[in-house]
Design a protein around this ligand. Structure first.
Ligand code: ATP
Length: 334
């Protein structure tokens, strides 16, 4: 089967890590075709627009995009291009895997957790934020809906089933936030009951943070609301050594965008020394999404073995290699 994906090479180190990632994907011979489109500073320079219509059309057409980091200039018309993409395509699920790899700053050797975070509602979006005229009182509205809760929890269980994960932990604070978190938990229980093949447990968010630090191996897939997911997914990234190896995806019913969580790293751009692993792991997530979990596992295994052998590692990983050399070392292992 062939798939065409929209590819955004991005800004700063973006083109370097994208070339490396496509080199590895090509070596895997998956029949992927690419349509290269632009966003961010490179798009502004060439087309006078940070997010050209042609880019939006390509994402809508192919429904899958692999995206390098983008720079959003101050005063460019958007607070963030990434946030704009999430809104345009209603990308309601933010999916962040955290995996421990050898020869990294991972705190434990056996972490493999995927956080599925609701991306469109809840306290995080800051609806109705205001501070009173005298500066004494700040308020915001927090809205959680049945529809929003149901689709995110369903996404988490469907994903678990598709890629062979065994357990989903519903993370909430329904003991205190009885309306918003209470509705999320109620709906999550209803959805979970429809997936008898996937184990499910519930955990209060503060306990989840403690348990993640003390016994992370008990977690498989976590599903939670927007603000809790924001915090928990970064905690998980910290457990595996920071953002250097952290991929992420934003997924909706009609489109999905896969990326590295880190930024465009302007300080090292153009030097050919950026670590391509986070984007490569984003590509592995994309293969899972395309229902190719065997190929996703093959790619992660090749990354693992390259790190274990300390073959051609980039400077951030303590090596003296370069981006393409590292990619070639991974490509020989896929
Ligand atoms: P942006 O404004 O695009 O978010 P930033 O510099 O504020 O850029 P990052 O791009 O995430 O934030 O970079 C933070 C630090 O991590 C920088 O020192 C950068 O060089 C380093 N870094 C980020 N990504 C990588 C990578 N893939 N390989 C090596 N170093 C990286």
């Amino acid at each position: 089967m062939t798939h065409t994906i929209a590819v955004i090479r991005g800004d700063g180190i973006g083109p370097e890590i994208m070339d490396a990632t496509l080199h590895v994907l090509d070596a895997m011979q998956l029949g992927l075709n690419y349509e290269f489109v632009e966003a961010g500073m490179s798009a502004l320079e060439k087309h006078g627009n940070l997010l050209p219509q042609a880019t939006l059309d390509a994402i809508a057409r192919h429904r899958i995009a692999l995206k390098s980091p983008l720079t959003t200039p101050v005063g460019g018309g958007f607070a963030s291009i990434n946030v704009e993409l999430r809104k345009r395509f209603d990308l309601y699920a933010n999916v962040r895997p955290a995996i421990s790899f050898p020869n990294t700053k991972a705190r434990y050797a056996d972490i493999d957790i995927i956080t599925v975070r609701e991306n469109t509602e809840g306290a995080y979006i800051g609806e109705g934020q205001q501070v009173s005229a005298d500066g004494a009182t700040a308020t915001l509205q927090q809205k959680v809906t049945r529809k929003g809760s149901e689709r995110i929890v369903r996404y988490a269980f469907d994903m678990a089933r598709r890629i062979g994960r065994k357990k989903v932990t519903i993370v909430h604070k329904a003991n205190i936030l009885k309306s918003t978190s209470g509705l999320f938990l109620k709906v999550a229980r209803e959805v979970a009951a429809q997936y008898p093949d996937i184990a499910c447990n519930e955990m209060i968010v503060d306990n989840t943070c403690m348990q993640l630090v003390m016994r992370p191996e008990q977690f498989d897939v976590i599903v939670t609301t927007n603000l809790f997911g924001d915090i928990v997914s970064d905690l998980c990234a910290g457990l595996v050594g920071g953002l250097g190896l952290a991929p992420g995806a934003n997924i909706g019913a009609d489109a999905a965008i896969f990326e590295a969580v880190h930024g465009s790293a302007p300080d090292i751009a153009g030097q050919g020394i950026a670590n391509p692993c986070a984007l490569l792991l984003g590509a592995a997530q994309m293969l899972d999404h395309l229902a190719l979990p065997g190929d996703a596992a093959r790619l992660r295994k090749a990354i693992r073995s390259t790190l274990a052998d300390q073959d051609a590692l980039t400077p951030d990983l303590g090596g003296s290699g370069n981006t393409m050399g590292f990619a070639r070392a991974i490509a020989t292992r896929v």
